[in-house]
Ligand binder design. Structure first.
Ligand SMILES: O=C(O)CCC(=O)C(=O)O
Length: 276
């Protein structure tokens, strides 16, 4: 039976049940309607998200600092799921200043924190966690709150680093502090002009351009084009857990269209402010 016929059969059956319930009991029609509406009627028909293992491939761009280009990190279905999870949540992006989140002209995009219990979001967090291997402690550490970032014409994010100069106090009330040992930056929507991600201090292992994916930037380092489904992964902290300034990077201005990406900032915890 076609999907539309199935929908028609189920809706008719539900309406019949509704009428019978209302007629044969003292339950009013509006109350019976509310009861039925509390079920997700789309359930048998909606596209169910399935977390499939994906055979992405990796390319080491730089060894020191470690920066890896991940081809095919997200499937089109995953991208659609993640966008759906965040679409209603966009707000002007903020940055940390003296322990406070503020809006600032050096970051003019909008951002959306994602619910980690959404099936598409948790699927990607699981994949990223696996990618990190033993970088995180399976019990103490966390994947952090994944965040969408969206740029329209003229929007950008000036040079910044993802690691925290002063490790952040845990949000669970404990005395622990955390920092961000590594970052994932995955592109979801690339129908834009420009908007590359620029790392001025990253030198490629092999001195070559990959025109369609990245290029040498005229002021140094590498600039990566936004390509939907692909991701960058880099390590923010040295082995002694201090931050690596060479990981500074920028979202260059989008000059037209729309760029949407996913940030994942894993959290590594310590018991005290001294991370060593
Ligand atoms: O948009 C970009 O290319 C980089 C964004 C970024 O670094 C961030 O959101 O932390």
């Amino acid at each position: 039976m076609k999907k539309s016929s199935q929908v028609a059969v189920v809706i008719t059956a539900l309406l019949a049940v509704l009428l019978l319930v209302a007629l044969s009991t003292s339950v009013s029609l509006p109350a019976a309607t509310r009861f039925l509406a509390s079920f997700d009627l789309r359930w048998p028909f909606q596209e169910r998200f399935e977390c499939l293992s994906l055979s992405y491939t990796t390319e080491i761009i730089s060894l020191d600092p470690l920066l890896i280009y991940i081809h095919g990190f997200l499937s089109p279905q995953e991208i659609a799921g993640i966008l759906a999870a965040g679409e209603d949540r966009f707000e002007p992006s903020t940055v940390y200043r003296n322990g406070e989140l503020i809006q600032n002209p050096y970051r003019t995009s909008s951002s959306a924190g994602l619910p980690d219990d959404d099936p598409a979001v948790s699927c990607i967090l699981g994949r990223a966690r696996k990618f990190l291997g033993t970088t995180l402690d399976p019990v103490a550490d966390e994947m952090g709150i994944p965040q969408l970032v969206r740029y329209t014409q003229g929007q950008h994010y000036d040079l910044h680093r993802d690691w925290l100069r002063v490790p952040q106090q845990a949000f669970d009330g404990s005395a622990r502090v955390f920092n961000r040992p590594a970052s994932f930056f995955a592109i979801l929507q690339d129908n834009c002009t420009d908007g590359e991600t620029w790392f001025p201090f990253v030198e490629p292992v092999r001195p070559r351009d990959r025109g369609e994916l990245w290029r040498r930037h005229e002021e140094g380092g590498l600039a990566f084009k936004p390509v939907a489904g692909n991701a960058l992964f880099w390590v923010n902290l040295f082995a002694n857990n201090t931050g690596d300034d060479r990981t500074v990077h920028a979202g260059l201005p989008v000059t037209g269209g729309l760029k949407t990406a996913l940030n994942i900032w894993p959290r590594k915890y310590w018991d005290s402010i001294d991370p060593e």
